[in-house]
Design a protein. Sequence first.
Length: 75
Amino acid sequence: MTMPLDPSADPGRRAWLPCPCCDHGRDCPDCRAGRTCGRHWQYLLGNSASTVHLQCPSCLYVWWHDTRPGATRAA
Ligand SMILES: [Zn+2]
Ligand SMILES: [Zn+2]
């Protein structure tokens, strides 16, 4: 099942976090080095406190990511 691109997705608002679904930057030296890669990034749909709402432009997976160190949260 493919989800549509969220209407609030804006290429001007991006986040550089690995996608938990396709991990599209796993073989990319820029991503592995933690740099702001020009090809691999996520749409930043919104945020609430320390949690950001993301969508992967490669596989269109949508998830929440807690930016606090050590925190994990399933979508
Ligand atoms: Zn993905
Ligand atoms: Zn990359």
